[in-house]
Design a protein. Structure first.
Length: 232
């Protein structure tokens, strides 16, 4: 089994599919949780308190980190395998294959952008929330309670450059998901002529829901900060 998952191209793609499915489910959960901040900041802070430095939240964070790491490592391995397999053909001028989208040919580039956005997100939120609690502190570097996630969102997206960076991150995630969601189902044998258009549709819908949900939080809190500035 170990040889299949590490030496076989199908095995490596299977690992990518399983970890990708796990990460998509988490992203949908995280997006839904963030939307709560728009409707009820108090409700969002209650969720933040529940998902603080508790053993189950820490265990979930460790599993999530492992999933991201495995997914990215296998993406690099598969990219290098494909690069070596093309050999001298990679220098040849080729036409764009019919039905091959830009996202499918630039998944690694999108992956790097998503990884950069993830690191920025960890700096802006995880380091000021769960990490602060782990260190036994009652306030973060901004003087906010680590459980006051709504105030942290408001502060972060009152700054236009974070708004731009996060929207670029979400756009890259949209492109990544439009290809990745249907690709993970194709790996397990669902990519026939009947299911291919359905899976593409599902992938586009899922990616769009994720993008709109995350983007709505950023834009709404940015507009709220602008309104507050004008009132002051």
């Amino acid at each position: 089994m170990n040889c299949f998952l590490t030496n076989s191209s199908l095995g490596k793609k299977l690992v990518m599919s399983v970890t990708g499915c796990f990460l998509v489910l988490f992203i949908l959960f995280h997006m839904s949780m963030n939307v709560v901040a728009i409707i009820s900041p108090e409700g969002y802070n209650t969720i933040c308190a529940f998902l603080g430095a508790n053993w189950y939240a820490l265990a979930g964070t460790a599993v999530l980190a492992a999933g991201v790491l495995i997914h990215f490592i296998y993406a690099l391995i598969l990219t290098m395998d494909n690069y070596r397999a093309r050999g001298k053909q990679r220098y040849a001028v080729t036409v764009t294959e019919k039905g091959v989208q830009w996202a499918s040919k630039n998944m690694l580039l999108l992956g790097w952008i998503i990884l950069g956005g993830l690191l920025l997100h960890l700096f802006n939120f995880w380091a000021k929330m769960q990490l602060v609690e782990l260190m036994g502190e009652h306030t973060n570097s901004l003087g906010l309670s680590p459980q006051n996630g709504a105030a942290l969102i408001q502060y972060t997206f009152s700054q236009w450059y974070y708004v731009v960076l996060y929207l670029v991150w979400f756009a890259a995630l949209w492109f990544h998901l439009t290809h990745g969601v249907w690709s993970m189902f194709q790996t397990v044998g669902w990519g026939n002529d009947t299911w291919y258009p359905r899976l593409k549709c599902i992938a586009n819908i899922a990616a769009t829901i994720v993008f709109l949900g995350f983007a709505a939080v950023v834009i709404v809190f940015f507009l709220r900060s602008c309104c507050c500035s004008c009132c002051c």
